[in-house]
Write a protein that binds this ligand. Structure first.
Ligand SMILES: [Zn+2]
Length: 371
């Protein structure tokens, strides 16, 4: 069963528009009646249902878009979904929804936590919604809220700009035959576990100890055009809480690297990671398969990582656990390409994300601890 609600209290069909409508009514009823102890578990189950609907059949939610925007603050607290759930439910909602959300956000006596309404507004993605985000952010100085969700606000009345693609795929690791020569592995579209010398030259290579993955950008939908075609998620000998900015050449090689560290690092740990990189350099090699968000995946707790071999996503919004990086050259928010867990190829702990600036040949690998 692809849908496995995490709270374990509720499992309803979502195959038709009528099913989704019945689920919505059930959620409204639960928001009123469920007891304190069971409320969170019901809430988790309801979100998992809607996360699944967003992936498989978002069209069944369309008739409810206007209704959900009009819910009271109390009801919306029960629908406190993550941004990545709203994103696929409210996509392309009518302009009246964006206008209504903007009015609610600007009203002084708002009855609802602004973070819920902000995520809903950002999820719509139409020109009207992107203009409403800019207006709201400028009036309230809340540009950071949208930057954490993956939107760039150029300012001066210009619309918000999404810096991620809605087209998402789950990333499945496929081990390779250990006799496959590295020269063959590097030709695969999305190799995992390449030697650093394959993806970086001096002086960048001296900063990099680990290769998680390489992505062939031509095989990912919805990216801005770039003059490089493959980018690499890599690590310095640091545990988590860092961003490594690399300049990439047109031959897809990292040439310069600059490390920004946001958490204090333990020196002993750094040495350990240097040694680990040498000792395990031949481990965990393979390639990635990009799987569509369909009924072959497991949907639970707002992600698909309980699917066998799946470690994260290509596409979709950034996690926002750490500040999303801005380009060190033009200062624009960088474009999010993928986020995976370190279980993909064990090195350090937590999530690793990959971003680029298409205009400045800059790539950022970012490391966050488990949230
Ligand atoms: Zn730039």
């Amino acid at each position: 069963m692809p849908l496995q609600p995490n709270g374990g209290k509720l499992l309803m069909p979502v195959e038709t528009e009528a099913d989704v409508c019945a689920l919505f009514e059930k959620a409204l009823a639960l928001s009123q009646t469920s007891g304190f102890l069971t409320r969170d578990r019901y809430r988790a189950d309801i979100e998992d249902h809607f996360y699944y609907i967003g992936a498989i059949c978002p069209q069944h939610f369309r008739p409810l878009q206007q209704e959900v925007v009009n819910l009271s603050g109390e009801q919306l607290t029960f629908f406190h979904f993550s941004f990545s759930t709203w994103l696929y439910l409210l996509h392309d909602a009518p302009d009246s929804c964006a206008e209504q959300l903007l009015q609610r956000l600007l009203r002084a006596d708002q009855d609802c936590s602004p973070s819920i309404l902000e995520a809903m507004l950002a999820a719509i993605g139409t020109p009207t919604a992107l203009a409403a985000m800019a207006e709201y952010a400028e009036r309230t100085h809340k540009q950071n809220v949208f930057r954490d969700l993956g939107f760039w606000l150029p300012g001066k009345g210009k619309r918000a700009e999404p810096r991620f693609t809605r087209h998402r795929s789950a990333v499945r690791f496929q081990p390779i035959d250990t006799t496959l020569p590295l020269q063959e592995l590097v030709k695969r579209p999305h190799p995992v576990g390449l030697p650093v010398s394959f993806i970086a030259g001096e002086p960048a290579s001296s900063m990099i100890t680990w290769h998680y993955l390489t992505l062939d950008l031509a095989r990912i939908d919805g990216l801005p055009p770039t003059s490089f075609s493959r980018i690499h998620l890599v690590s310095p000998p640091q545990h988590s809480g860092w961003t490594l900015f690399c300049t990439i050449s047109q031959q897809n090689l990292y040439t310069q690297a600059h490390l920004h560290v946001s958490e204090d690092q333990d020196l002993e740990m750094l040495e350990q990671l240097q040694e680990q990189a040498i000792e395990h350099q031949n481990d965990g090699r393979g390639e990635l398969l990009l799987l569509p968000y369909d009924d072959q995946l497991v949907y639970r707790n707002g992600h698909t990582q309980l699917t066998k071999g799946v470690h994260g996503d290509v596409g979709g919004p950034p996690l926002g656990l750490d500040e999303n990086p801005c380009c060190p050259i033009c200062k624009k928010l960088m474009f999010h390409v993928c986020t995976v867990a370190t279980t993909l190829r064990e090195y350090g702990d937590g999530f690793r994300s990959l971003f680029f600036c298409e205009g400045c040949m800059q790539i950022a690998s970012q490391a966050m601890g488990w949230n």
